[in-house]
Every structure is written in structure tokens, then in C-alpha cells.
Write a protein that binds this ligand. Sequence first.
Ligand code: ADP
Ligand code: MG
Length: 355
Amino acid sequence: APRIRFEKISKSFGLHQVVKDLSLDIERGEFVSLLGPSGSGKTTLLMMLAGFENPTAGGIFLDGRRIDHLPPHRREMGVVFQNYALFPHMSIADNIAFPLRMRGVGRGEIEERVNRALEMVQLSAMSGRKPAQLSGGQQQRVALARSLVFEPTVVLMDEPLGALDKQLREQMQLDIRALHKRLELTVVFVTHDQSEALTMSDRIAVFNRGNIEQIGSPRDIYDRPQTRAVAEFIGETNLIEGTVKMTGTDGTSVEIADGRHVIVPGSNSLAVGSRVHISVRPERICLAARGISAAANALPAKILDSVYQGDHLRVQLDEDAFRFVVRTDMRSAEWPVGADVVAHFTPDDCWVIAA
Ligand code: ADP
Ligand code: MG
């Protein structure tokens, strides 16, 4: 049996169905992120797994045992909430000890385990302080220590890093990833930050309106999005609409708005006449001056805007039918606004999505 199984789970609040017939298996030791826009049902799904919300329909299983009737403390899952939810009047040590007291663990053992948890998040020196006397990042680490102190093997985290500044957030991403590996934890991690999900996850479940639009490895999700919503939500992309004109193993020809053709990889699943979106990532497009003969796909365009971003230039192109975004590396030429250029890319830089 998988470690965690959601089987046809639905959840409604009144008439509003926020999770819709969702099924998902998570394996032992996996790090799975739930990624999606605000309001797409991520927190609700996590709260049903933790036991703070009941499904309207469907079953939740842990190692093949049905658990959706069990109260939260009987599920033995560590939970880190969005807002830390530390007890303000208790010391850091008492906050971390709380789950152990709830479980009737003896004094001596509590002290030992709390000390170990404090060391793990490098806050031993702060054990006597109150939460308000700690920075946001430190409070976040206390919440993490508290979720791990009773040694759960499943940990649920709801946007735990949302309140931290970029540098600390990136450090904590690595720390959580390392803990996940070292303690062999199964982690379900909610985020709306796509780069965070790409960095941390074994698999990403992309949410859209109460269900999973696509699930796969970070590479699957970024390089092989199955729907337009996934392509647009994960990273930035250029979508070109067109109609399949000719198919073949060497390449497929797609006619786009102005009558031009774009060659995409060969496929035997695309029917002539079908409508598609071609997704081309900004970093896959090269710019050249007009008049230079280019490879298969070359679209003439004008530079609309060019912004220096330190490690790359972000260039916007305008053509009657398209707006393109291109990322060029800093070694390439400066492209003045208004310049006429050709945007080119190979068939392998194109990813086709059924419209
Ligand atoms: P996410 O975490 O993806 O931002 P949520 O799961 O928090 O989304 O919310 C999904 C939808 O369910 C939202 O429209 C939200 O307003 C609604 N919702 C969440 N909790 C409740 C509740 N307790 N009562 C009524 N509506 C709720
Ligand atoms: Mg949420």
C-alpha cells in the first residue's frame, strides 16, 4: 500500500465544493508539494489529511488503513501551519514540549527530546525565551522543531516559509530537504511558490480549482506540461496558437496566426486539422539580426523592451500576432528598443499542448 492514499476525496463548505473527487497516492519517504494558486484547495486537502477537516466524500488511508475518522492526535503526523501557531505565553522549550505532554511522555524524556529538537534547528540558546522575542525565521524553526519532536514519519507543512525573506527562505528550503532525507520523512508540502516547489520536491501536484491538473517530477512539470494552465503557472512561457497542417516522424508543421509555419517535433498523436498551443520557454529562444538565415523556426519581430536583470536580459518582442518574452544571456548583444530582429528556436525547443 502507498504511505498515504486519497481516494476520490471531495470537500464542500455549504454549496461551495473546494476539493473535487481528488485521488492521490504518496509513497513512503516521498516529498510531494501541492502547488497552485490561492483558493485552489491545497490547505483544505492538507487539513483533511491532518484531521482538522472531514471529507464530504471519499477515503483517506495511511499504509492501507483508513484514517479519516481518527482525531488529529491519533494520526501521528507532524503539522506546521501557515502562521506557525506558537503559543505566545509559553517559552520556546514549552512550545516544543507541548506535543509530548499531550501524549503523556515522562518528564525526563521530554527534556531530552526537547533539547535534541532545539539542537536540530540550532536554537538551544533560545529555549527560555517567548515567541515574541524571536525573529520570524527563528519562530518558523520552533514550529518545525515542534512538528518533529514526537518523531512522526509523516510531516505536513502549509506554506511554512511564506513569511521569511528570500535568503532565509532559501536556506530553510535546503534545511527542510536535508531533514527529510536524514529522517526519511514523508513530507506533504503546500506552497504557491513554483520555484520553491521545483527546488524541494520529488513530485509536484499542480492544483487547479479543487483538483490536480498534473502530477510529476519537477522536470515533467516544467518541460512537459500537459495543459495550458500548467505551462503558464510553472515558470514563464510563450504560447503560440496554431493548426496542425502536416505530421510526420521528422517533424510536424503547425500553421500559426499570420500564415507562417512552426515546425515542432514529430508525433503520431497529433491529427491534421487539430488546434494546438506551442509552448516555447523564454530561455529557449535566440535572437539574431534580420537577414541572417536561421534554422527551422524564425519569426521576425521588433524589440519592445529590454530589461537588465543581472544574470540575464529579459527582452520583450512584438510582432503583429505575438508578444514574446526572451531570456538572453549577458554575453549576447544589447538589443536596442525598436530594433528589428528574428526570434528563432529549434523544433526541440517547442512543446505542444492540445488546445
Ligand atoms: P488554498 O490553500 O489553495 O489557498 P484553501 O483550501 O484554503 O485554498 O481554500 C479553498 C476554498 O475553500 C477557498 O475558496 C476558501 O475560501 C474556501 N474555504 C476554506 N476553508 C473554508 C471554511 N472553513 N469555510 C468556508 N469556506 C472555506
Ligand atoms: Mg492555503
